[in-house]
Design a protein around this ligand. Sequence first.
Ligand code: GLA
Length: 423
Amino acid sequence: MLFPVPLNAAILQIQSPERMKAPALNTLRIETITTAFREQLGGEPAVWCRAPGRVDLMGSHTDYNLGYVLTLAIDRDTWIAARPREDRVVRLYSLNLAKAGGFELEHISRAPGAAWSNYVRGVASVLQAEGFALKGFDAVVHSTVPMSSGLSSSAALECATATVFESVSGFTLDPVEKARLCQRAENQFVGVNCGILDQYTSCCGQAGCALLLDCRDLSSQTVPLADGIRVVICDTKFKRKLAGSEYGQRRAQCGKGARLLGIKALREVSLDQFNAREKQLPAEVARRCRFIVEENDRVLRMAKALTAGDEAAIRALTAASFKGACTLYEIGAPVMVTLMEAMLQAPGVIGARQAGAGFGGCMVAFVRDDTVEAFSRSVRQAYHAQMGITPEVYAVEAAAGPELLSFVCGQASTLAGLEGPDR
Ligand code: GLA
């Protein structure tokens, strides 16, 4: 039997004891995807790619206000294993959902019964509208980014899809342009009016560091995290949904605030300027705008604090972010408060806050490296005691943006050599 073996150093690099498991997990993942491909589509995949999910470390809802976000592409990702076709048909199989889907590139419409395939359809539709000549493919999709949890599973799928189209159709997109097109697919085709954060992070992520993203000019700087600080995701297991939620209302309120202040976007006012002019705004709009202006300021401080390992600053900034999210922006939820208490009482915690859009989903904690296990155990126990649900708690690494994966065929025994530094 043939085993495709990944040579991708970014994926296989062993960065910590937990990551030692990565080669074995990747092998299992490759085998599972390959088997599904054979069973569902017949034959072998020829093009493999991955694109990461993300977690925001600071900067909730600042993206559509053209502000800053401190964001991290994570080592939870979406893989697509594809085989180019001669015609203009796309056939898909989602391993997570055990569902098949497909469409013709000539007639792309939304699939009401297969919402997940709309991300693929949307990217295809936008790329074609931009004039790219697309070729069809058969593909199995598999993701380790949990769905509807605020870690951007949709952006990872969009970004991986665009990467497959690049490969099978023979063109290359600039990463920022790719992010814009994926965002357009989500805004215009899927119908979720999100900002650029998720797609930018998935398309432009850098292994080993966070990104300080400026959503006005779409530039970013890499931000290294101080040694000894780990980013730990804690999932409330309370699913949130962006479409049809209060996300659009928050966006509209920020837009109204900016109009009343006579600016294009809230990013343009400093905290001092806002303090002086806040009274011009209706009370609720003022609360929303205050959160954004303060949060934007916190992003820049957090970038410095994380690089310097300034624990006191990290604790204060994350606490202020969560407080503002609950009281000013009102994107909190009782489950988030319960999880926040569990995180803040756990050993080794430096600070914790909301992640993604809020309204449930995942939260993020900064934890001392040597206490990640004890922290995770404690959070699981405390949250379970309150809610009767065991939350997912796991450390993440900063991962690279989308990549094509290379494989060789060989026997399973070849895999042992993969842990060597030069593979
Ligand atoms: C969701 C959206 C992003 C961003 C965040 C909140 O993840 O998709 O564009 O607005 O919420 O920061």
